[in-house]
Design a protein around this ligand. Sequence first.
Ligand code: 13P
Length: 254
Amino acid sequence: MRKQIAAANWKMNLNLPQATSLVADICSTPIDLEENQRVIFAVPFPYLVSINQMIETRDKFLTAAQNCSDKKSGAYTGEVSAEMLHSINVGYCIVGHSERREYFGETNFVLREKINQCLDHDICPIFCCGEALPVRERGGQNELVELQLNESLFHLKADQLTKIIIAYEPVWAIGTGKTATATQAQEMHAYIRWLLKNQYGESAAELVPILYGGSVKAGNAKELFDCDDVDGGLVGGASLVPADFIKIIRSLKF
Ligand code: 13P
């Protein structure tokens, strides 16, 4: 059965006391998770070790990095490798968030290397794709997402593909309060799954969780997550508010 995932992307927010207090609040709340459900906290690098310790006793709670290097190791001051993440028991890493593409010039080809680094070191990449507003306005979203997948993922073998998570995050919905409608989200998720099926066959395509990201809130999560091909969310702003994120976790379908 495909995993259903509520992932928090804190981005560059919270100091350490604020971060631990947020996780403590969430951990002190009873949340029943089904066998196939996971909660992932994508937190800034300096907090990974402490947050990992805090969630150690919570089954199905996991941490993710928000980025990693496209290089294995060496003289790359300021970079963090996938191998380093693995060595501190981090199992997931966001790759290709639109903010990294836009502000740090990450191309599909650099992201392909990051994907390879993650898979080489047993890190599950959460690969972000999605179009900006002008592309949506001219109806070019399918073509753009196909190119992103093609250039960053489709070199993988089927057994590698099933070790990744995809997050569809339309740029126009990120931090804007403007969410894709459930219909828009389902349409794109079904299209992504169709692309995966074409490339890798049905059984592999059916295993890949596809998360929706972009103004997921406590009030709209259920409607989005109830869509057939939406397997949960990658949540920015609302993941910084314990009550909201808990409600979002509880909106996951089985
Ligand atoms: P918001 O939920 O704040 O729109 O951010 C979405 C996002 O970028 C998650 O990666």
